[in-house]
Design a protein around this ligand. Structure first.
Ligand code: ADP
Ligand code: MG
Length: 405
């Protein structure tokens, strides 16, 4: 069953709460990448065109309420006011910013909205109850709106007050709940990776830690024909095979998991054949290509090597679905970016292949190389896309939304 969509509702005169994911990266108080705001615009523009009264909710950064001094600093740093300015530019209309998450100021501003107006509420994480999924907070916010729309794909794996208690409270009060265009697009693309009906299905997994990705590796073992492993996580698998890993990043407590994967995925888990090694990640003074799968004892493996690039390119030939998470090397340094760039080029040159990236760092690597538009889908939610695969298509923030009638 499909979820109810924003365009299936009567919207005119209605106060619509839209949970968007406007959690953009900030550098010295300025937005360094506005992609998430851009991606939120189609649903907001639709609501404006239908004369709804739009109230946008989002979190920004982290606020650790258990430490009041730190929380005050983080609240100052993660003030959504700067996002309101950019949102207004992108929508081409005024966005009223309310620096409160509850109370008279917010309530009056909502009451003052006219059809087609847009208001952005302060960072939802200013509220202690947001991350605690507080029912009180969700019920309060629900009392301020007529309709709830979730378009915050990057936050759908978290059951927080703005993604879970709030739509729950709306449903209890017989107020409609729906998903927006971004969530719809993400579900449509990621469902193909979850359903795994097209084959060969090749997964590419990299990044720093196996422990972050155990569940998704287990999920992919059930769906994909092959999993190509790279990044630092490869060394935990190498350790499981008894290879020399030198000073590479290894998670010793995950070696047993890696052994089990290698047994369960016999012949389907592909590991690097060689590496680019260096004496240090932060200040490399000496690099070398390894001759085989062993890393020199005084060096670290920081990227996959040229034989691996060729091997993985061959393994990708003919793929109908590719799901990629995690860079294959420490790509932030151009010395260790070849593996990531090479796999990226191999994927975008595949014919008739549905290619998906789920992962913040992988997505930023691909954007840096100018290849984003050549992927079928670049997910806006790293964690959410992985959890969707792990949980067979289920995420709390989506499950809670009512089905289409
Ligand atoms: P994503 O955000 O795409 O899910 P991760 O966050 O799991 O990816 O991992 C990205 C990080 O992994 C990058 O910062 C990259 O430098 C690091 N990384 C990849 N390969 C290595 C390696 N061999 N050694 C150290 N760090 C690595
Ligand atoms: Mg990351």
């Amino acid at each position: 069953m499909a979820k109810q969509m924003v365009d299936q509702l009567v919207l005119q005169h209605k106060k619509v709460f839209v949970r968007a994911d406007l959690n953009v990266p900030l550098k010295d108080g300025k937005i360094s990448d506005d992609n998430r705001i851009v991606q939120a615009c189609p649903t907001l523009k639709y609501l404006i065109s239908k004369q709804a009264r739009v109230i946008v909710l989002s979190h920004l950064g982290k606020v650790k309420h258990s430490d009041p001094i730190k929380a005050a600093e983080q609240m100052k740093k993660n003030d959504l006011a700067v996002v309101a300015v950019r949102l207004s530019e992108l929508l081409g209309k005024k966005v009223t910013f309310v620096s409160a998450t509850r109370g008279a100021e917010l309530e009056q501003a909502i009451t003052a909205l006219k059809d087609g107006d847009v208001l952005l509420m302060q960072n939802t994480r200013y509220e202690v109850g947001e991350e605690k999924n507080s029912e009180e907070l969700g019920t309060y916010w629900a009392s301020l709106c007529d309709i709830y729309v979730n378009d915050a794909f990057g936050s759908c794996h978290r059951a927080h007050a703005s993604t879970y208690s709030l739509p729950m409270a709306c449903k209890k009060a017989n107020k409609p709940t729906a998903i927006g265009y971004l969530v719809e697009k993400e579900i449509a693309s990621l469902s193909r990776c979850v359903e795994a009906k097209e084959h060969p299905y090749i997964a590419v997994m990299g990044g720093s830690k196996v422990s972050d990705k155990i569940k998704v590796i287990e999920g992919l073992l059930k769906k994909a024909d092959k999993i190509l492993i790279g990044g630092a996580m490869a060394f935990t698998f190498m350790k499981a095979l008894g290879k020399e890993v030198g000073k590479s990043l290894v998670e010793l407590d995950q070696v047993d998991f890696a052994k089990r994967c290698l047994i369960e995925g016999k012949g389907r888990i592909c590991l690097p054949l060689d590496y680019i090694m260096a004496d240090s990640l932060s200040e490399p003074s000496r690099e070398e290509v390894s001759k085989n799968q062993n890393v020199a004892i005084d060096m670290m493996g920081l990227d996959v090597g040229p034989k691996t690039n060729e091997f993985y390119k061959e393994e990708l030939t003919g793929a109908k679905i590719v799901f990629w998470n995690g860079p294959l090397g420490a790509f932030e340094n151009p010395l260790f970016a070849n593996g990531t760039k090479s796999i990226c080029e191999a994927i975008v040159n595949l014919k008739n292949c549905f290619s998906v990236i789920g992962g913040g760092d992988s997505a930023s690597a691909v954007a840096q190389y100018g290849y984003s538009s050549r992927f079928s889908h670049v997910s806006t939610g790293g964690g959410a896309s992985l959890e969707m695969i792990e949980n067979d298509g289920h995420l709390p923030g989506i499950d809670v939304i009512e089905e289409a009638k």
